[in-house]
Write a new protein. Sequence first.
Length: 508
Amino acid sequence: MHSEILAGAVGATLVAIVLLSFLRVIFSPLRAIPGPTAARFNNLWYLWRVWRGHFELDNIKLHERHGEIVRYGPNRYSISCPTALKTIYGHGTKFAKSDWYKTWSNPHPSQWAIFSDQNIKRHSENRRQYQSAYSMSSLVNYEGYVDECADLFSHRLEEIAKAGLYANMGHWFQCYAFDVIGLITYSKRLGFLDAGDDISGVIAALEDHLKYATLVGIYSCLHPYVFAVRNWLAGSSGTGRAYVMKFTQERIAEHQRDETKAVLVDDSKEQGPAVEFLTKFFSKNAQDPKAFTMYHLIMGCVSNMVAGSDTTAISLSAMLYFLLKNPQTFEALRQEIDAKKREGMLSQRVTFKESQRMPYLQAVMKEALRMHPATGLPLERVVPPGGVMICGRFFPEGSIVGTNSWVAHRDVSIFGADANEFKPERWLIDDKQQMVLMERNWMPFGLGSRTCLGRHISFLEMSKLIPMLVRDFDFELDWKLQTQAWETKNYWFVKPGDFRIKISVRSF
């Protein structure tokens, strides 16, 4: 009897859920917005497509088929309209991040993270606490750290070349980026380049966290429960972000035991000896522990670790991949680099300042990030109270809207009919109006107040390494990559798979 009552209650609940879904579709003021039929009723279509790992391409096809506004969930809308970028992401807008971002931090209400924080006011206040440490004028003092890792990276490539082996450059670029961010954050190379392997499982932990946060974020209400179960199953080390948090806390404990690190740093000074982030953060904490708490210190370091290697490694991979798939572009860049070397304007360890004097290099970097931005999902935001007009359509408050950088970067009305082609020359034109238009719609690191804090670190690493690689080494794509496009997986970050290349030391 009881089982029959329970079965009836479950059945009635399911029927109610289905009916409610239909009613929402029928009476929604946005019901006319096109998109996959399944996406009108629940988020399972979006979950399925994201799970397949190629949503950046799915998103582009949706707009090619349906126009500048498309639906990818019952209340999720992808926008491909240049005027929308300022409305949604511009400074001073009140569009908070969607619940999808909740899974990127601990579900406890007090456990904010600078990337995922949905509280606009708190995010703005916390971002100001970190801003000066990430300025480009401050980061150029870290060139010595980048040089140390670039030298070791070059040595590893020479060893691979001598052995006649193919190298998975995506893996090696991540080793390089991880060791750089380790030096910049902790003044300690973590040893990825030394071992050529995943140290303490950190890369695996981040891979695990990426997939978890990306998929569970679509049904973020499950996060508190799934997060707790996953960490319990993982044991004392935790999993994903919890593992990285524990790793960071161990480095903090080491720092506290080192009496030589007990210094105050004037972070307002742009010049001076390099001081790693950990010491800078401890100094800020000592000066004003209420404004810059120990939690601020921990989260600053964790953010570096979580976001500081993948984005740079993906971008470096994209640059080398497109250069090798377009030999004429590789040769044009090499000619620019060789000319600078002959003129005595290029050091053995390429400086950031020297890299800024190579216009073709800058165009290659910008174009590679246009063709393959690191993130590949819509940057979801929630329409604020009162609703808003976007691309001529009114979106009521609570609607989730966003633009995918992959979609924006393929807009032919902005980047021309050849928007799907790798063409660095598009950034070297004299048409100032067109340049401004492209710059406004170039968003590999996001836009507005939520632009990636660490973007300057990434540019510093890339600007110094790419000229060295092109100058000192020859590369040959694996036979499969010579005839086919590389394979990638999109779990927020669009990461290449086996990016195999044969390396040889260049003969001068």
